[in-house]
Design a protein around this ligand. Structure first.
Ligand code: ZN
Length: 474
């Protein structure tokens, strides 16, 4: 019997989280990503607990990057019996050490809190965490790191390499070579595609003449301000807040965004554009991830490398305090002079940022600076929507602080940058499979590609597509 090649879009089909794709290559199978689905609690828990048998039985896994919506369900996969290697770049492996343990702690404390809250409810069936720190430790043992560009075979007959996706430290697109319908073909998974001219990172690399492309579409129909505007936007908001004696509170993702902001502030001060102001990075995860950034200079772009030559550590300067202990974090509440506080989580749902928001939201002299995507139903989204009051720790509070949204900060390519990347794949592409976007965004990107004479389809959740039929015979 002849084995055919197919991709089953197990996750992130017509949505942005829970990335997971199964590639059947002849008689072998590999998974690409195993992300956590993020949404309403009950639905998310149910989805994340369900690992399809074909995913569990895959022989290897290729991981594009360390973001939780791509890596966050690896501990569940291993717990259910996945036994293969998890291939990723060296920086992604180091980031995952911190990201997955942090995710496990959140799972454990969330379920403990819910169980406590329902202690007196006779109908309550105590919840188990999705996974524990021990489960995460076990999954981490499967990591098989590779430098960018190194060729390896996750299963026989499948040649793979990671190329730079320019999205976050260590992020990669995956180039694969395999026999489809008896011919040697190239298949690319884009992973999340970054932006050109982002600080720290190299620009996204273009794949080498793929025949088939699985491509993300987070911002398939939106445009961002140029990444070069980041510093100017930040400078303006800090100076305006300082002039009225307020604090600048920045909810930030611990990976990439926090490091970009610290680097931008350091450069602004060094250039004499920003007068000295105390800066606090108040997130133990962000502090740990910053250490990983320091170790992985091989991921820096030429500009950052030149900066390191001339100025040293991009993340260390005398105005910056890395806040690790809870007590030190609480002390920030009593600050009465202007300061910048960068804290997580990025969507203001958990972590120390919630305390800082409670402490600053009613002061009209303060500014809350939104620098990242805010999902529906999160506290961050309510701030973006400029609601007059928001609930923090169960208490309704008036939003008297200024809320500013800085749209130059995004780690995701916008519509034109995605189309640039798709064009760069070349004329020979037979099919684009558009994934990792909300329905309006993935449909729009597919339409833009079609208008340019390309064949693009948007797979449905769990749809299996045979590659022998998708590839043009030439
Ligand atoms: Zn990502």
């Amino acid at each position: 019997m002849t084995h055919r090649c197919a991709i089953t879009f197990l996750g992130a089909a017509r949505t942005v989280t829970g990335s997971m794709h199964l590639l059947e290559a002849g008689e072998h199978s590999v998974l690409v990503d195993c992300g956590m689905y993020q949404g309403r609690r009950q639905e998310a828990l149910a989805k994340n607990r369900t690992i399809p048998a074909a995913a569990r039985d895959a022989e290897a896994l290729l991981l594009t990057h360390a973001h939780i919506d791509h890596s966050g369900n690896l501990p569940t996969l291993v717990k259910r019996g996945f036994a293969g290697a998890i291939h990723c770049t060296t920086a992604t492996a180091d980031l995952c050490q911190h990201m997955l343990l942090d995710a496990a702690r959140i799972q454990e404390s969330d379920t403990a809190w819910l169980n406590r809250k329902n202690e007196d409810n006779p109908d309550w069936v105590p919840l188990e965490p999705l996974y524990t720190e021990e489960d995460a430790q076990r999954a981490l043992k499967h990591l098989a790191p590779h430098p960018y560009g190194e060729e390896f075979a996750p299963v026989p007959g499948l040649r793979s390499r990671f190329i730079d996706a320019g999205h976050v430290l260590g992020s990669a697109s995956i180039e694969l070579q395999l026999a489809i319908g008896g011919k040697d073909r190239r298949l690319v998974f884009s992973g999340d595609i970054g932006r050109r001219h982002l600080p720290l990172l190299r620009d996204p690399s273009l794949p080498d003449h793929p025949d088939l492309v699985v491509m993300e579409s987070t911002y398939g129909n939106r445009m961002h301000a140029p990444a070069e505007d980041m510093k100017a936007q930040l400078l303006e908001v800090i100076e305006q807040t300082r002039a009225r004696g307020g604090k600048i509170v920045i909810p930030s993702f611990a990976l990439e965004r926090a490091q970009e902001i610290v680097f931008a502030l350091k450069q602004l001060v060094e250039a004499g554009r920003l007068a000295p102001i105390p800066v606090y990075l108040d997130s133990p995860l962000a502090v740990n991830l910053t250490e990983v950034f320091r170790r992985h200079r091989e991921c820096y772009d030429a500009e950052t490398l030149a900066y390191v030559e001339g100025h040293g550590d991009p993340f260390g300067f005398n105005l910056l305090s890395m806040v690790e202990s809870t007590d030190a974090s609480k002390e920030l509440n009593s600050l009465s002079t202007p300061a910048v506080i960068i804290s997580a989580s990025g969507m203001c749902e958990t972590g120390r940022i919630v305390h800082h928001l409670r402490n600053s939201i009613e002061g009209p002299h303060n500014t809350i600076v939104i620098v990242g995507y805010q999902a529906p139903h999160t506290l961050g989204r309510r701030l973006v929507e400029r609601r007059p009051t928001v609930k923090i720790f169960g208490v309704e509070r008036e939003v008297r602080a200024e809320v500013r949204v800085l749209n130059a900060f995004s780690a995701h390519a916008d519509r034109d940058e995605l189309l640039w990347w798709a064009e760069g794949c070349g004329e020979q592409v037979s099919r684009f499979f558009v994934v990792h976007g909300d329905p309006d965004q993935c449909d729009a990107l597919a339409r833009h590609l079609t208008q340019r004479g390309r064949k693009a389809i948007v797979p449905s959740p769990a749809e299996r597509i045979f590659l022998d039929e998708a590839v043009d015979t030439r």
